[in-house]
Design a protein around this ligand. Sequence first.
Ligand code: OGA
Ligand code: NI
Length: 345
Amino acid sequence: MSGEESFTIGNTAQEKGFDYVPECYVVSPTKASSQAQVPTIDMARLRKTGSERSVAVNELGEACRRRGFFQVVNHGISQSILDEVLAVASGFFDLPAREKLKFKSSDVYKPVRYATSLKDGVDKVQFWRIFLKHYAHPLEAWIDSWPDNPPHYREKMGKYCAEVRKLALELMGTVIESLAISPNHLIQKIQDGMQVIAVNCYPPCPEPDAALGLPPHSDYTCLTIVLQNSTGLEILDTEDGDGNWIAVPEIHGTLLVHVGDHFEVLSNGVYKSVVHRATLNSERTRISIASLHSLGMDDKMGTAKEVVDEENPKRYKESSFRDFLDFLATDDIADGKRFIDTLRI
Ligand code: OGA
Ligand code: NI
């Protein structure tokens, strides 16, 4: 092959099902050294009262402090809702290219967009991923701009978005409680906040160890909730030294939760925004649905006054979702740049 190939959307190796990995995809990632022991948060215990709840709240705080990552069980979202949303997500990616390309855009400010890699046609390094992103809250404002194909996409996705948002609000409220931050003002902003859905598709890759689906990054959010149909997510464990990649096992029916940059800022770095990446496999298409939760578009997240004192001065500048989009539009996260690094004082 020549070095002149152009992998613009519609023509990428992952969409065309290449039987080799082109040079511009090769990043030769270091392999995960182990499977993660993922802390499990049991929503049934968080929904109790008294000491049982306090213990669960402390465990949640501990998971946020340690790696900024945990899984949730007994979340109350029925298995049929999870199965159906994964089915319509797969169904979308199975559509003929012309149907999907109706939504194509490399403009990061677009509320609905279909794209590959990070900034299609601009980034030098490519990743083996196709995605559809769309805003999801308030549902009535956005649902009519979503794909109406496959036929039940809006209905099934809408149902999941509403359910997962309720869970996210409950978890965000609990995170705030675990930090002993005065809740009223912040909870209101979170309730008025944004929900963005990233529907990710990672087709089988002929040399899964050569490329990545998504490069290492952290999410800009308060919290992100991820539903996946198979394994592939890895998180960076920085507890000792430079960090090892650890593979997150797939446990049917659980949801995965990432602490994002905005909660690291809120907690003044006490809670960690987890660095994660998506790896590939050669056999099956992996689908993941990430629900990204933040404050409103122009609402600034800053460090809570309760976690700052003379010994622990404020370590981050405040920022909004729009500030993140401005970062995304100009910086290349494939180079390993992180939004949170731009916020450090
Ligand atoms: C994301 C993300 C992980 C995955 O969309 O931000 O990290 O497993 N996705 O697809
Ligand atoms: Ni992510």
